[in-house]
Write a protein that binds this ligand. Structure first.
Ligand code: ATP
Length: 138
């Protein structure tokens, strides 16, 4: 059987994951990538999306991730993200409220000059991806 690969996901606030896995899939900015133990080292920036991995026992796990980058070494994947949380820790109501808030910001004609569109769109994308992840059948 193949060796495990350690997955570590950290944000400036907390360590979200640190455990041996059978396989890791992550949303690289150039597309989703998968890593197993022994792969060639590389680094990539990440898109807002979901890291999927198989834990030591083969259970599928899901972690929302926003921004940051991943360093993949043969025996370890380190993800440094701006924010991240496990699927089970996502507060769906909070994410839905964030969607409403950012949509309102983006569509409010009167405050158009004051709105930072890049930030508002990024917040909308984070909230949508959280909702998508919670709604994903697993
Ligand atoms: P909000 O506007 O609701 O704060 P946000 O997208 O701006 O959302 P982030 O900056 O991505 O929030 O994250 C800030 C912190 O809050 C992080 O620790 C992140 O894990 C957590 N977080 C954000 N939204 C949620 C959510 N819906 N459920 C659980 N944790 C969340």
């Amino acid at each position: 059987m193949a060796e495990n690969i350690i997955l570590e996901v950290v944000t400036p606030e907390k360590e979200v994951v640190n455990e041996p896995t059978q396989m890791v899939m992550a949303p690289g900015s150039m597309g989703e990538f998968g890593v197993l133990n022994g792969h060639t080292p590389f680094m990539t920036s990440l898109k807002t999306g979901t890291i999927r991995y198989k834990d030591e026992s083969g259970n599928e796990r899901y972690v929302f991730v926003s921004g940051g980058f991943a360093e993949a070494l043969p025996e370890k994947v380190t993800v440094l993200a701006e924010s991240a949380e496990r699927r089970s820790d996502i507060d769906i109501e909070r994410a839905q409220a964030a969607i409403e808030r950012s949509e309102k910001r983006l569509s409010d004609e009167r405050s158009k000059e004051k709105v930072d569109f890049i930030r508002a769109r990024a917040a909308l994308e984070r909230a949508k991806q959280r909702v998508v992840l919670v709604g994903t059948r697993v």
